[in-house]
Write a protein that binds this ligand. Structure first.
Ligand code: CA
Length: 517
């Protein structure tokens, strides 16, 4: 019996130590504000027109002033393309971006500021110029032949003619997919991942095309084998990394329910529901988009274990979608930064940079000031700087308290000061108006009431109501944390309130964060 009890205790200990996430104790990424950087376009320090690692190091103070605590760098490996998603050497950095020493200095300077850096990890495919593929393509007897997927026939648009037979490349003929049914490939990529985590010292990975790693027959994404592979990879990394790495996957289009499915395979996936919900509600002035996104989040993933964003490097920039309307841009970022999940900002979003497809135009140089080429480079930029840079730049907005940049700063500060915004539960509040959005965030320690008039006109015809077991009966005073206006006290009876108006009239685009005392 005693032995059996010891066995049970061991088993329990084992199960607890294997638990993928401990939301209650708070991993570092739960408190993070991430910033996505396209290195080529951020800041050039040597005048070759291409952004570099030293350029990012130079701007760490700026990022800190923005409230950023972690950075995601788009691919930094050598690559023949401008974007870098086709890698030719997984153990080196792109010489156009600097040296490995430059990169390590960036890491050290970031860590000195308690900032972390994750890098894009392109596991699904290599470049067609990668020596592995060059060897596999040239010689069917190559030891690397089985590192890729070969067929005798041209079956569908994902297969491309090679020197001997056809090879599989889901995204592009220059990006042949690796064959993860071959354990050698899995071993190599695990070893390479540990090199970046343990030898170089990065803090995690954004795994590109994470649902496409393992195919099954004609199923090209989210296969059972793909889940199984990620599960094994995740366990391996968590066990062998010397730091506490964050693994986030690109599962294009996924929402809260899908993030639940991946919880033993990735720390986070990006929540596309909150992204489109926030942008659509800000753009259309109606609460339905953000309300339905939060409804799913509350139902499927109340802990907020996912990453949020407005738009990323694959989408039209949010300021273009909002047709340059700064009030709507402020509203979109407000909805993002008061919502559950770990927020990711896309470089330049905080100053309202614009850009529409093709992709190069949503990845143009960061606009620092009004000097030639926006202060991005002293040379010829790799791609033209957006023509609006004389007005839209960091220096112009830095000293203006009403600027979009300072709005972002105020919101990230609020998030840093109030754990309920980072890890708290989210409860939607009825508003009696499609133009008004309201939500409670609470974490057991504090209760915050979020209210926003999404519309471009003042509104007095609205009534907030909620029944919730976190509300205490009585008259509750509210402290305004964001939004500048004093709110009327809240009457709670039987754990509920109704017909509540914090302000008799909510001005156009009013945003409020109120703390219940
Ligand atoms: Ca450069």
């Amino acid at each position: 019996m005693k032995r059996f009890l010891v066995f049970l205790l061991l088993l329990t200990t084992l199960l607890v130590s294997c638990a993928p996430r401990q939301a209650a104790t708070g991993p570092w990424w739960q408190d993070a504000v991430f910033y996505e950087i396209f290195v080529r376009s951020f800041n050039d320090t040597d005048g070759d027109g291409i952004g570099d690692f030293n350029g990012i190091t130079e701007k760490l103070d700026y990022l800190q002033s923005l409230g950023v605590t972690a950075i995601w760098l788009m691919p930094i490996n050598p690559s023949p393309s401008y974007h870098g998603y086709d890698v030719t050497d997984y153990y080196a950095v792109n010489p156009q971006y600097g040296t490995m020493d430059d990169f390590k200095r960036l890491l050290a300077e970031a860590h000195k500021r308690d900032m972390r850096i994750i890098i894009d990890l392109v596991l699904n495919h290599t470049s067609s110029k990668h020596p592995w593929f060059q060897s596999a393509d040239a010689d069917p007897a190559s030891p690397f032949r089985d590192w890729y997927r070969w067929g005798d026939d041209y079956v569908g648009s994902y297969w491309h003619g090679g020197t001997h037979g056809y090879y599989y490349g889901f995204f592009w003929r220059e990006m042949p997919d690796l064959n993860y049914e071959n354990p050698e490939v899995t071993d190599k990529m695990r070893e390479m991942s540990l090199y970046w985590l343990n030898d170089v010292g990065v803090d995690g990975f954004r795994i590109d095309a994470a649902k496409h790693l393992v195919e099954e027959g004609l199923k090209f994404e989210s296969t059972p084998a793909n889940h199984e592979w990620l599960r094994g990879y995740y366990a391996f990394i968590k066990e062998n990394a010397e730091n506490d790495p964050y693994l986030i996957g690109e599962i294009y289009g996924a929402g809260s329910l899908v993030s639940k499915i991946y919880e033993d395979q990735l720390d986070h996936i990006f929540n596309f529901e909150i992204a489109s919900g926030a942008v659509n509600s800000a753009n259309g002035g109606a609460n339905s988009g953000i309300r339905s996104a939060i409804t799913f989040a509350v139902k499927d993933n109340p802990e907020g274990n996912f990453a949020t964003f407005l738009t990323n490097h694959d989408q039209e920039r949010v300021m273009s979608t909002l047709r340059g309307d700064i009030n709507k841009a402020k509203m979109a970022s407000f909805l993002l930064l008061v919502s559950p999940g770990t927020p990711f900002l896309y470089y330049g979003e905080e100053i309202g940079m614009t850009g529409k497809k093709p992709d190069e135009y949503i990845r143009t140089p960061m606009q620092w000031d009004a000097s030639p080429n926006a202060g991005f480079t002293s040379g010829q930029p790799w791609i033209a700087v957006n023509g609006d840079y004389a007005e839209v730049n960091v220096v112009a907005q830095d000293g203006d308290p009403e600027s979009l940049l300072n709005h972002y700063r105020a919101l990230t500060t609020l998030r840093r000061q109030h754990p309920a915004l980072r890890a708290g539960q989210s409860v939607l509040v009825e508003t009696g108006s499609s133009k008004v959005f309201a939500m409670l965030r609470h974490d057991g320690g504090e209760i915050l009431l979020i209210v926003a008039n999404l519309g471009n006109a003042p509104i007095s015809d609205y009534k907030l109501s909620l029944s919730s077991d976190v509300l205490k009966n009585g008259t509750i005073r509210l402290e305004t944390l964001f939004g500048g206006a004093d709110a009327a006290p809240l009457m709670v009876a039987n754990g509920a309130f109704s017909d509540y108006q914090p302000l008799p009239e909510l001005p156009a685009y009013q945003m409020l964060v109120l703390k219940l005392r």
